[in-house]
Design a protein around this ligand. Structure first.
Ligand SMILES: *[C@@H]1O[C@H](CO)[C@@H](O)[C@H](O)[C@H]1NC(C)=O
Ligand SMILES: *[C@@H]1O[C@H](CO)[C@@H](O)[C@H](O)[C@H]1NC(C)=O
Ligand SMILES: *[C@@H]1O[C@H](CO)[C@@H](O)[C@H](O)[C@H]1NC(C)=O
Ligand SMILES: *[C@@H]1O[C@H](CO)[C@@H](O)[C@H](O)[C@H]1NC(C)=O
Length: 352
């Protein structure tokens, strides 16, 4: 006999009389009222336990981070050598909010294409990347990767940039390379391709006409939730030096003015609105968008929900501003295609 089984057999042998008695009774008597009652009690207890586990997981997933832990986040932050080598002042600071599930896809495409065209362009994530040549910092290492924590991440990141990286850039541009929708709660279909492409030269040219010492909050304006709208996370949004300074001093630490929000972009828009900083009209003279939170194909066909748009849009080529700055809902390879056509094609040989 296998030694493992011995213990069990010993258990059975310990009460032979019980089992014999049990089998002597007629079958029906084993299912008396008392048994049914205790079965019901066990079932109810089991369901209650299951409910508690599900609720706890849901709660955990949603509220596991609390802003009071912010000061402890610093000890987990590591910056790559490439990030440390970047300049500490200039016109444009760009940061991309991402997480480890995108390290091999979106992060690569963004690093290979537009990020390095900012004076200081970094990825903020929660775990180290393999390649030290990629400029990144693990600003989010102490915040669990969950959709619900995107606002906390962004709020903390702006504070960290201003205090620990540099307060000497004219403009701070935030781009998101994370999932923006909650499919479970909103029944919005999963957005497979959620990347942003940025024509950095156009962004610089646009910003050079504005004064960074005034509070500016620039991007693609969405309509719902707030009276004056908010700038979509998808197209990326820009804070001027003055706006970031106010954010850090008045909003970052004030839960009344800057309350938690499950939507990162709505949350930041709410904080800024509380001190009178609203999204501006960033369209060109013809009413065409510079910043876009949709893909070129969605814009061309005007296939997205009109009721979310703050300003009307035209279909077809008329929708596109020649000064275009950003597009969203692109796959990593579409990002590379954009870059190929804009920067890597031999334009001199073409007779246009
Ligand atoms: C950021 O600056 C604060 C205050 O100067 C400091 O306590 C903290 O350690 C710094 N964080 C990092 C990651 O250097
Ligand atoms: C990331 O970008 C940096 C700067 O442009 C470059 O040196 C590095 O090779 C890139 N890494 C990858 C994996 O593309
Ligand atoms: C938050 O801002 C409000 C309005 O300016 C102010 O009354 C309150 O004291 C601030 N709270 C904190 C914690 O700074
Ligand atoms: C557009 O969005 C509004 C507001 O969220 C919603 O009520 C409406 O059903 C949406 N329409 C379509 C066609 O999805």
């Amino acid at each position: 006999m296998a030694p493992l089984l011995r213990g069990h057999l010993w258990l059975y042998k310990a009460k032979p009389d019980d089992s014999e008695l049990e089998f002597d009774r007629p079958y029906s008597s084993r299912w008396n009222l008392r048994n049914i009652k205790s079965c019901l009690v066990i079932l109810i207890l089991f369901l209650a336990a299951l409910l508690i586990v599900v609720q706890t997981l849901y709660f955990w997933n949603r509220h596991v981070y609390d802003r009071k832990f912010d000061s402890q986040l610093h000890k987990y932050i590591v910056s790559s050598p490439a990030a440390k080598a970047l300049p500490r002042k200039g016109q444009l600071f760009c940061w991309v909010q991402t997480s480890p599930i995108y390290h091999d896809s979106r992060v690569m495409a963004i690093n290979e294409t537009w990020l390095h065209r900012c004076d200081h362009g970094q990825l903020f994530t929660s775990a180290a990347l393999q390649d030290d040549k990629i400029p990144y910092s693990t600003v989010f290492a102490g915040i669990p990767d969950s959709y619900y924590n995107l606002f906390y991440k962004s709020r903390f990141a702006f504070h960290y940039i201003y205090r620990n990286i540099s307060s000497e850039f004219d403009w701070y541009y935030k781009v998101s390379a994370t999932k923006q929708v909650i499919p479970r709660l909103q029944c919005i279909p999963l957005q497979a391709d959620d990347d942003t492409y940025v024509i950095v030269e156009h962004l610089r040219a646009y910003l050079s006409k504005l004064n960074p010492d005034e509070p500016h909050y620039l991007g693609y304006v969405l309509k719902p939730y707030l009276k004056n709208g908010y700038n979509a996370g998808g197209s990326g949004y820009v804070l001027s030096n003055a706006a970031l300074k106010l954010f850090d001093s008045l909003l970052y630490n004030n839960e009344t003015l800057c309350p938690d929000n499950i939507y990162e972009d709505v949350g930041i828009g709410t904080c800024l609105a509380s001190i009178g900083i609203f999204p501006e009209d960033t369209r060109n003279a013809k009413g065409q968008n510079r910043f876009n939170t949709h893909s070129p194909s969605e814009i061309f066909h005007q296939s997205t929900n009109v009721s979310w748009k703050f300003y009307p849009e035209k279909p077809g080529f008329d929708a596109f501003a020649p000064e275009m700055i950003s597009f969203h809902h692109l796959s990593p390879d579409e990002i590379r295609l954009f870059d190929l056509l804009l920067y890597r094609i031999n334009k001199n040989g073409l007779q246009l």
